[in-house]
Design a protein around this ligand. Sequence first.
Ligand SMILES: [Zn+2]
Length: 82
Amino acid sequence: MLCDVCKVEMNDSTTEMEISVKERKVKAVNVPAMVCPKCNKLVVEELVDKLVRKAAKHCKDDTFDYPKEVKVFGFGFGKAKL
Ligand SMILES: [Zn+2]
């Protein structure tokens, strides 16, 4: 994936997201994202964004770990790397 602004290849990264679920907020950590090495623009793929929102609805806690939580739905999508 290329950065919209710089047209350079973006690097794999992770980020945190805060999702509003009804009257509460749920925080997702270790969400896979792409980051531009030049301008530091961060992009979360649409599919990942959808999965985060879906997981947030099912989450009973204030915070969840994306790679762990998303497995519950049968997607092997979490990139658990450091
Ligand atoms: Zn850029």
